[in-house]
Design a protein around this ligand. Sequence first.
Ligand code: NAP
Length: 281
Amino acid sequence: MFKIIDGKKLAHEMRMDIKKKIEEYKSESGKEIGLAVVLVGEDPASQVYVRNKIRACEEVGIKSFAYYLDKDTAQSRVEELIRSLSVDNKINGILVQLPLPSQLDAKRILELIPFSKDVDGFSAENIGKLAMNEPCLVACTPNGVMKMLESENIGISGKSAVVIGRSNIVGKPMAMLLTNANATVTLCHSKTKNLKEICAGADIIVAALGKAKFVTEDMVKEGAVVIDVGMDRDENGKLCGDVDFENVKAKCSYITPVPGGVGPMTITMLMYNTYLSATRS
Ligand code: NAP
């Protein structure tokens, strides 16, 4: 019998816990916690993400500072803003909503965020610390996956785990987190040979490749844990994940749905990182 890991419920519980911690921090220190959110342009999906992040801040008691810049904003203007936020004591976390318009050099902009305020966990310093299993701000989506596994007391040590997708924001940090938790990890990508066979031998599969319903029943071992990071559209334009949920679920011990799985955890972990960033500084 499989169990569906309810990301929506877990995210809500975690937000309530973070809210309580933030209230305690504020009353003990007399300080506020601030998150700067920078949005350049009018990409509709980015606008929704930014709105959701601001709403989550309100929910947990973080002060949000939103900066909406015109799509034609010059590189120097964005850099100037990030520099000023970097030294602003009211700001504990800086988030630049991606993707940025094409005239901007995203790498250079992100590199200006000091690692102590890098609440997305994308900086080379935070990724390097994660690789060395040292305390750091961990990328929100893979960290949310770890919290989901923990919430169900799913043992990771000694298990074989397969991560499909090697992006810097999901796949690679996911593989590092699982490695740090003593799993034996295979990190797969578009050039991987025998992907089906590799997946079929795994105790834990994390699908993060961005291809609708890619992971099929024949790729999953009986009793495996299947975590679906994907946010895709099926043939009818309906939101779905990288896993063929309906056909795969019966083989799993645990599985996450889309929507309502990993997605809600990501913003929650952003709130958590902002709290950590404030209390560590
Ligand atoms: P990405 O940057 O496009 O990376 C995709 C990765 O998947 C790449 O490493 C690519 O391999 C690999 N890949 C593509 N096709 C493959 C195939 N047929 N077989 C094996 N590997 C394949 O994507 P991302 O930003 O990591 O996002 C992945 C998915 O997660 C997307 O659906 C995205 O929407 C979703 N996502 C969800 C959340 C959330 O909060 N739930 C957050 C972030 C992302 P190569 O490196 O060889 O090209």
